[in-house]
Write a protein that binds this ligand. Sequence first.
Ligand code: HEM
Length: 296
Amino acid sequence: MKESYVFNYGENWTLHKKIASNALRTFPKAETKSSTWSCLLEKHVIEEVSELACLLLYIYEIILQHDKDHIQDITDALISACHNKYAVAKITILNDDEIISTVSDLVGAGFEIISTCIYWSFLYLIYYPEIQVKIQEEINGNTGMKSPRFEDRKILPYTEAFINEIFRHTSFLPFTIPHCTTADTTLNGCFIPRKTCTFINMYQVNHEETIWDNPNLLRPERFLNENRELNKNLIEKIFIFGMGIQKCLREKVARNEVFVFITTVLQQLALKKCPVVKLDLTPTYGLVMKPKPYQL
Ligand code: HEM
């Protein structure tokens, strides 16, 4: 891939790289308040490794306790799928170690993105309290105090529209993960040689003026028609789960999770911003764009 990169990144890039490199040099040496750690880097690495070790041990325990007649989670489902395949075709698809890696990949792929999406949603809900009220009215009028279920997505169109508008407006995953062209390719007249690292700019698509009326405005109503029905064609134009064969493996799970999380919280609580604090919607830039820390 290396030979296909263009190295003329310009002054901004050089400055950016210098700042990042300085931060990486000074951060590891920074001292912690507690004497348990020799420096900040040691603290972070040990904490992260402990968390990872706990997760791997947990998955390992599930494998040991697996009961094929009692599927309780994704690890169980994966083991069962492998055992079934073995029983039918005598092919081992994944061994225990590979099952552990697959589960931790799935958790890794989903965990941070969902929490980022929830952080953004809460920030927008306190920034636009009138939208929050509309969602609460919709929940109260349709599900009451019954705890929200995935199937309620069909009866809460405004809430669904809000979640879609969060995906579009924040575009917190601005690019797909990098892919590499396997052959010389021409796309819209642009030649892309084989072995070029490519990203798709999803943020741009989600803010394209020829598709979206006033793209910078947060307006869940854009997805609803006069009968308050969702415009599925427009929703399909939101670009946040990637495309093609490497599209997100769990779009439906993600949509269900975010929906139940938001509706469960808003059914019971009114979220408010701290009176003196000014909210800032600009993201911190990165592969996943996160909101700046805020209080509610
Ligand atoms: C709002 C939440 C989520 C968003 C916006 C999202 C978005 C994405 C994107 C953009 C990709 C890369 C597609 C590409 O490179 O072309 C991806 C890949 C993937 N996602 Fe998600 N994702 C979300 C939640 C989840 C969850 C909850 C899971 C699992 C439980 C998950 C599992 C995966 C996996 C396994 C891949 C890799 C697929 C492959 O390489 O073939 N995602 N996701």
